[in-house]
Write a protein that binds this ligand. Structure first.
Ligand SMILES: Cc1cc2nc3c(=O)[nH]c(=O)nc-3n(C[C@H](O)[C@H](O)[C@H](O)COP(=O)(O)OP(=O)(O)OC[C@H]3O[C@@H](n4cnc5c(N)ncnc54)[C@H](O)[C@@H]3O)c2cc1C
Length: 472
């Protein structure tokens, strides 16, 4: 019979944060059981494998993982280099996953579908905290159940992209047109080139992912001049993106803003803002987009749409677990005020651990990008500190669990000596701002209006007022 102490700690997801959690467990002599739905570790990173991140290697490698790897004779990458998503998997996550202590406890192609407590539905109290967790997962062999003493959910948000609608819902026709719509950051100059070269492409979104796609399409245009780019911002203005967001968040700063402005003047880049899609219909080989532009009806015929409007957490398999989430951000209530995108848009969030991440269900935590809910500013380095603290708590080392060991440089983790081409735009945080105050437009706005900016606790009154749709 399994006693709680003999059971493994289940880690859901073998991304950078899930594997870091596994390394911390191994370091503390606790057996992990890592369940990954993809056929490779880092399955989500491989989806954006062509994108160069903005934080150098030194911030992308967890300390416990590094200690395990060093003992195996691994050669670390140059710490100031900026890897692509694919290189993070090849040079770091894959070697980590191949270590015997991890490989023996890793199941690939295993998708977690539900979690509960043995013999207890969500409502049952008696004996609850002493009951093991039961993890339901499916793989090529069918459906399985496995017991665990604790669960660390590091399943990320990649597979739950936000839909096109400005109201958070898919627009009519979006599902039927899905074969002509890409969510995230398709490799338009590489693997997916044939879908975009010489085509009319609508890019929706104003964040780092959208910037990345629009710039790659401009590169594609040089080789395939027939490519037409429509770049739609759902909120905000073109001036703001070009003058603030784009220049602030990419290394060549002014140069990129100027390149975009030139492309607009040449008619190669059509900016549409504020833009809201109402409906999409299949039209021959392409799509008819019925929208509103600056409040007026607007229609557009395109071949493809790229939706880069962020991600949200998959809470579907947590319905029998007692979780507490902020109603706005869908992050734990103690963490949400530090990352609420109404106030923050850069990665300099105070380090945090079990105290901020705990849920009403003892032994269950959400870590990594999923812990940020709908906030887009998660950084690997923050996730590594999360799992160090969470695993210390599971191991009963409560003093270590409550320490804060992460010290980030003042300019954030985006600082690097290497300045590369446009592909270095990541999806969150952005390359090093010149000063801490410059880290993001929204923070500057938030500070100007009297609320806290990056790295500060957000004024609770202001936050509640914004949530209620009134001025603080
Ligand atoms: C384009 C891009 C650039 C970025 N650049 C940076 C950067 O420069 N610096 C930085 O610090 N951060 C960056 N980030 C943010 C963040 O660090 C990454 O998204 C990182 O991958 C998050 O790690 P994670 O382990 O939390 O989640 P993920 O990497 O998403 O890993 C989650 C894993 O869980 C698996 N999974 C999902 N559901 C299930 C399930 N039900 N059952 C089993 N397995 C499941 C997934 O397949 C995946 O492998 C970037 C993100 C993007 C998208």
């Amino acid at each position: 019979m399994d006693t709680m102490a003999n059971l493994p700690v289940a880690v859901i997801g073998a991304g950078p944060v899930g594997l870091a959690a596994a390394a911390h467990l191994v370091q503390r002599g606790i057996r992990p059981l890592i369940l990954e739905r993809g056929e490779s570790v880092g399955a989500a990173l491989l989806e954006w494998g062509h994108v160069r991140v903005f934080s150098p290697w030194e911030y992308n490698i967890d300390t416990a993982a590094r200690a395990l790897l060093d003992r195996s004779g691994w050669t670390a990458p140059a710490l100031r280099g900026l890897p692509t998503g694919g290189e993070i998997v090849r040079d770091y996550l894959a070697p980590l996953a191949a270590l015997p202590a991890i490989a023996a406890n890793l199941k690939l192609g295993a998708e977690v579908t539900a979690i509960t407590r043995q013999g207890h539905d969500k409502v049952a109290n008696e004996g609850r905290k002493d009951a093991p967790f039961v993890i339901h997962y499916r793989d090529a062999g069918g459906e399985h159940r496995v017991l665990a003493r604790a669960v660390i959910d590091a399943s990320g948000t990649w597979w739950r992209p936000n839909p096109i609608g400005v109201d958070g819902l898919p627009v009519p026709g979006e599902g039927a047109a899905s074969a002509r719509i890409a969510y995230g950051i398709p490799d338009v100059v590489g693997k997916a080139r044939k879908d975009y070269a010489g085509k009319r492409v609508l890019v929706i979104g104003g964040g780092h992912s959208a910037i990345n796609v629009a710039l790659a399409l401009m590169e594609l245009q040089d080789a395939a001049p027939g490519t037409e780019i429509f770049w739609a911002l759902r909120h905000g203005s073109v001036e703001r993106l070009l003058g603030g967001g784009l220049n602030d968040q990419l290394p060549e700063r002014g140069a990129l803003g100027l390149a975009a402005k030139q492309a607009m003047a040449d008619g190669r880049l059509n900016m549409l803002a504020p833009f809201a899609v109402n409906r999409i219909a299949m039209q021959g080989e392409g799509l008819a987009v019925d929208a509103s532009l600056a409040g007026k009806p607007f229609s557009l015929a395109v071949d493809r749409i790229v939706v880069a409007t962020g991600f949200r957490p998959d809470l579907s398999f947590l319905s029998e677990i007692r979780i507490a989430l902020d109603p706005v951000v869908e992050a734990p209530p103690a963490l949400a005020p530090l990352i609420d995108p109404n106030f923050h848009s850069c990665g300099t969030v105070p380090a945090h651990g079990i105290r901020e991440l705990a849920h009403p269900e003892p032994g269950f935590t959400i870590v990594g990008s999923k812990s940020y809910g709908r906030a887009p500013t998660f950084l690997m380095a923050t996730g590594y500190e999360q799992v160090r603290s969470v695993v210390a708590d599971i191991a009963g080392d409560h003093a270590a669990a409550r320490e804060v060991r992460l010290v980030l440089p003042e300019t954030g983790v985006c600082s690097a000596d290497v300045v590369t081409g446009p592909e270095s735009a990541g999806c969150c945080g952005g390359p090093a701002p010149a000063t801490v105050d410059a880290c993001c437009v929204r923070d500057a706005d938030a500070k100007a209006s009297g609320a806290s900016g990056c790295g500060c606790g957000t004024d609770a009154k202001a936050r509640k007022a914004v949530a209620a749709g009134v001025d603080a």
